[in-house]
Write a protein that binds this ligand. Sequence first.
Ligand SMILES: NC(=O)c1ccc[n+]([C@@H]2O[C@H](COP(=O)([O-])OP(=O)(O)OC[C@H]3O[C@@H](n4cnc5c(N)ncnc54)[C@H](OP(=O)(O)O)[C@@H]3O)[C@@H](O)[C@H]2O)c1
Length: 313
Amino acid sequence: MNSAFDRVLVTGATGQLGRALLAQLGPHRCIAASREVLPLHFPEALPHRLDYFRPRAIFNAGAYTAVDQAEQESESITVRAVNEESPAKLARWCAVNRVPLIHFSTDYVFDGSGDQPKGEIDPTGPLNRYGLSKLAGENEILSSGCRALIFRTSWVYDHRGKNFLKTMLRLGVEKDTLRVVDDQIGAPTFAPQLADAAIRGLENALIIEEKTGSFPSGVYHLCHRGATSWHGFAEAIFSRAKDRGVPLKVQHLEKITTEQYPTPARRPKNSRLDCSKAERTLGVRLPEWQVGLEECLDLWFAAHSTQQGDPLK
Ligand SMILES: NC(=O)c1ccc[n+]([C@@H]2O[C@H](COP(=O)([O-])OP(=O)(O)OC[C@H]3O[C@@H](n4cnc5c(N)ncnc54)[C@H](OP(=O)(O)O)[C@@H]3O)[C@@H](O)[C@H]2O)c1
């Protein structure tokens, strides 16, 4: 393995993707940068801390991900500092120190128009402050001149943490009827499979650089194949959970529109991402979203059977 992997700094170490990256990179080779170690809301502090840690590669999985909260924030920690200014600082440090930066962005950089998968060069048009800040973060990285892979992904979930799958499993045992949005379409992406693909993406990018003298920097779409709605995802979660014997109470899963479920932040209706560039250039591709779901529920169940207590918490 390339020496870039000898000392990897992973931001967002307590998040869904950060945890998966740490597990797969091997904790002994990683600097697990929690918010205490690397406060992304305090961009000015970052260069000094990076000088201290001297990572050989950075995976920036940390982000302000509270999409609705970002619309109403009145706190000192701002979505702009975390998602735009910090990536800018990380990227400038990486450019000066010739360290590759692996960054994660989102389908929310798009306006959700149309019904076709969006390519990397399709026009952006974020509908909310989170999406705006993530797009600005991408642009800061691209203009820094550092060696960077920016992976735009969608609908990330894991068997731990706060996410749609966990919410559905909890509500499914409590309630008889659930109403779930059916007109937002995208690909649910299982964090460990995204982490694996991103690590392989960096390995392959370094091989390309060795062969051609040029690192394939840029934006890449990377999520599971296929697409469904939140309603379709919920349906699949309940069907697979039932197969595993989860005592579900839910009998009626109603389809509703985005307009029937108002939220502070607007969300794109078309979140389909065309991932062919990542496959063509970096040789990475995720399987159908249902494969991720099966793997996630297996892990969730294994954790359930070995733990005391309620796995739905
Ligand atoms: N979740 C999705 O559906 C989704 C969809 C598309 C793209 N993405 C992108 O994928 C990446 C990973 O997302 P995720 O789902 O793993 O997110 P997550 O589970 O919400 O984790 C976010 C991580 O960022 C850390 N963080 C937040 N504010 C911070 C700050 N001020 N200083 C330092 N660390 C801070 C959090 O630390 P604490 O635990 O201390 O809060 C946590 O470790 C992000 O770039 C996100 O924008 C996510």
